[in-house]
Write a protein of this length. Structure first.
Length: 202
């Protein structure tokens, strides 16, 4: 099972809201630069030699979160701008942008369940989309740089808060891309059902 997919699909049930309320806003805008020399094998070197270039990466994003009693939600957006100073003979050093967004909502029912009235039941949903590169088409369907969308529904039974819980998630996951380099439609579904049991010893 894909650990990253499992963490993403069940992320809305990791920390259920407790009685009370909270909210938050985070903004990110942080440029960074990296010097690298790329080889056909994918190796990277920090030392500058002929053919080196400077890659400038800027991150821009915002996320909003909030919780009131049993209801919680969040929405976030992030874009990453890649620009290049110089050129690299092994790659196309053309500026491109990656971006993604997600929104989720969860609700913990106000009912105390067994065992010992410590159990709680939660329902949640999440939608998200990631566009990894808006400039270059992918070589073939299933490429790691392919854009994706996902819609996830989760039900969770907390037997002992986060110490013991069972989560069942269904994810409608779509690998999407209008066209590959060979002008083929690369969109296909990759749905999954995930059952997760968590037990903490501490």
């Amino acid at each position: 099972m894909d650990a990253v997919a499992l963490e993403r699909a069940t992320s809305m049930v990791t920390k259920p809201p407790l009685p009370g309320s909270s909210s938050g806003v985070t903004c990110v805008a942080s440029p960074s630069t990296s010097n690298a020399k790329r080889s056909p094998g994918g190796a990277g070197h920090n030392r500058l030699t002929r053919g080196d270039f400077k890659e400038i990466v800027q991150y821009r994003g915002i996320d909003l979160t909030g919780a009131y009693k049993g209801l919680s939600g969040s929405i976030e957006y992030l874009e990453v701008l890649h620009d290049f100073d110089g050129s690299d003979p092994t790659t196309l050093s053309v500026p491109f942008k990656a971006n993604g967004w997600s929104a989720q909502l969860a609700y913990v029912l106000p009912i105390k369940l067994p065992p010992f009235k410590r159990g709680r039941f939660e329902i949640g949903a999440r939608v998200e989309e990631i566009d990894r590169n808006d400039t270059f088409p992918i070589p073939t369907a299933g490429d790691p740089n392919q854009s994706v969308t996902a819609a996830t529904g989760v039900v969770t039974y907390y037997l002992r808060e986060h110490g013991m819980k069972v989560a069942l998630a269904f994810e409608h996951f779509t690998e999407k891309e209008d066209l590959t380099v060979g002008l083929q439609n690369a969109t296909y579904d990759n749905d999954q059902v995930i059952l997760q049991l968590t037990y903490r010893l501490d």
